[in-house]
Write a protein of this length. Structure first.
Length: 569
């Protein structure tokens, strides 16, 4: 009855009053909803939730997921980062922190490292992680029958089991960056100890690994020719740092970057493990995607070899050649600003970096003045600088062959340098070679005049192999064959000193002296670029040793969220 009366009353209302009444009622209900929502939001907060699948596009083929055999295959490294752990790891901000290790102690003489292991760490098959696993892994690396590419890093080091949860490392000499060695991933002894070294690379555990990491092997699919098409990992429910948020990781393998980008745009994958620079401009403005930058401890430089071109032994020539290169313009033009200009070997974020040492040096007028002040003159209309040396009757021409690895980026860099040096009248011949031929026929025997090449100095920078006089010949990496007794002494002291302030001071002094002597022209450090769907959250990695370490905190990545009651402070 009351409903009918209300209905009749509503029907008799004028249109204007019906509209006003409807708006009033809607406002009341909206206000009630907003009050309830506001109250709910005040007592709750958004937090990451579990679940979801992340699909990553990888370039190239999977070889074997085995840290003892790891070489330069970034695809293998990516999976190792997810499946295995090291005693220590990079924190993504340039520091080394414990992983499987709980803590460590260093003897006063710096020659002994005692590493205490975390309790209750389980392998994916449920077996307990122990010090035996650590000793086995290091022994396998050191054994020449296993052919580990890491063997040189472990020469002269003894790993000793003290008990199930403690390993002692004995070093011949103090070596402060030793913790970098301990980021190597650990293998399970109970799985690998009965596999003969000759069969090590053939074992099925290289593709079906058992680790301690946040993700465990689930399955993979091959085509008829035996090529792996995709590879799936599942979250490790027993991970010692807590179960990861993402439930499933699926890896898809592409032959080249063009195919990988097509797969990304088709949404076959959520991200790419690497974004080449020539694809950057295509994808940088897409809202659904996020391009991230990593800083690696590396640099590209031009190394001078005066033994193959004695004119490069003249510091005035080297200084002029350096001043005439506009590195800011190079990084802008060639790298699309995706890199850091360098005038020294250590990049921002790493121990030893000095902003004062990385000020811009470009000065064309000063470069020309230096050459003129030192009696280098223009020759007869051919644009070549000449100088009559005291013991020679005819002028000496400035001609340089610039050698570099064959790839698109360095082709552009070499052409930029050639154009820059031509402004001084220097005749330049460019020589690009496949990296294997370059290393074998030119770098090892030091058969180049000027060489564009990149070096990786480590997250705890050790410049010894690159600038100590004892490293002038192969297998040393002193590519300028540089020799300075003061630098030698500082390099030796720095790698044995564990006082970080002293090491910072030494590294700055080393770079200052090298900058004054100019055995090389430091150019830039390119960012490592990779791309993800913008819905992926939780990744804040900035500084790493290797690209795979961008995944170091993947247990914190997430796709889903939920609201929970706020905890009282």
């Amino acid at each position: 009855m009351k409903v009918n009366k209300l209905k009749n009353f509503w029907l008799k209302l004028p249109i204007r009053e019906k509209i006003l009444t409807s708006v009033f009622i809607a406002l009341i209900f909206t206000g009630i909803i907003l009050l309830i929502t506001g109250a709910y939001n005040n007592v709750t907060e958004v937090v990451p939730a579990g679940g979801g699948t992340w699909r990553l596009g990888e370039i190239g083929e999977l070889s074997f997921i085995n840290p003892v055999l790891t070489q330069t295959n970034d695809t293998d490294r990516d999976l190792e980062e997810l499946i295995y752990n090291g005693l220590f790891r990079i924190d993504g901000q340039g520091k080394i922190m414990p992983d499987l290790a709980a803590k460590y102690e260093v003897s006063p003489d710096g020659k002994t490292y005692d590493v205490y292991l975390k309790d209750n760490v389980l392998w994916h098959d449920g077996m307990e992680f122990k010090s035996d696993d650590v000793v086995f892994t290091i022994s396998a690396i050191q054994d020449p029958e296993y052919h580990s590419p890491l063997r040189l890093n472990w020469q002269g080091i003894v790993a000793e089991k003290i008990n199930d949860t403690m390993v002692r490392f004995h070093l011949r000499n103090p070596y402060e960056p030793f913790l970098q060695n301990l980021t190597i991933k650990i293998l399970p002894q109970h799985i690998w100890q009965n596999i003969q070294p000759k069969n090590f690379s053939l074992a099925e555990y290289n593709l079906k690994p058992i680790g301690t990491g946040p993700y465990r092997f689930e399955n993979f699919q091959k085509n008829q020719s035996g090529t792996i098409l995709n590879y799936t990992l599942e979250a490790n429910n027993n991970y010692f740092n807590g179960k990861p948020k993402l439930q499933t990781l699926a890896f898809y393998f592409f032959e080249n970057f063009d195919e990988a980008v097509k797969g990304l745009l088709r949404r076959d994958v959520d991200g790419l493990s690497e974004l080449p620079l020539d694809k950057y401009s295509i994808l940088k403005n897409r809202r659904a995607l996020r391009i991230d930058q990593l800083i690696l401890p590396r640099y590209y430089a031009i190394f001078f070899n005066a033994s193959k071109n004695r004119l490069l032994g003249d510091i005035n020539i080297r200084e002029a050649l350096s001043l005439v290169i506009d590195k800011q313009e190079m990084v802008k033009k060639i790298l699309n600003n995706q890199g850091i200009v360098l005038n020294a070997p250590i990049s921002p974020g790493f121990l030893g970096y000095s902003e004062a040492l990385n000020q811009s040096e470009f000065d064309l007028e000063q470069a020309i003045k230096i050459l003129n002040d030192n009696s280098w003159i223009d020759s007869d209309n051919d644009g070549i600088r000449e100088k009559t040396l005291a013991k020679e009757k005819s002028p000496t021409k400035l001609e340089i062959t610039l050698t570099y690895p064959r790839n698109d980026q360095l082709e552009s860099v070499a052409d930029f340098i050639r154009t820059s040096w031509l402004k001084l009248g220097v005749k330049i011949s460019l020589q690009s070679l496949p990296i294997r031929d370059l290393e074998k026929d030119y770098i090892r025997p030091r058969e180049y005049q000027a060489l564009i090449f990149g070096n990786v100095v480590g997250i705890d920078p050790d410049l010894f192999a690159f600038w100590h006089s004892s490293q002038k010949n192969d297998p040393g990496l002193n590519l300028s064959m540089y020799s300075n007794s003061k630098v030698d002494a500082l390099l030796e002291e720095t790698r044995q000193n564990n006082n970080q302030e002293k090491r910072q001071s030494n590294l700055e002094m080393i770079q200052t002296i090298i900058g004054q002597d100019k055995p090389a022209i430091f150019l830039y450090n390119p960012y490592y670029l990779y791309i993800n769907n913008s819905q992926i959250k939780g990744n804040n990695i900035k500084i790493v040793n290797y690209p795979s370490e961008r995944l170091i905190n993947i247990d914190s990545w997430y796709l889903n969220t939920k609201r929970v009651i706020k905890l009282s402070e």
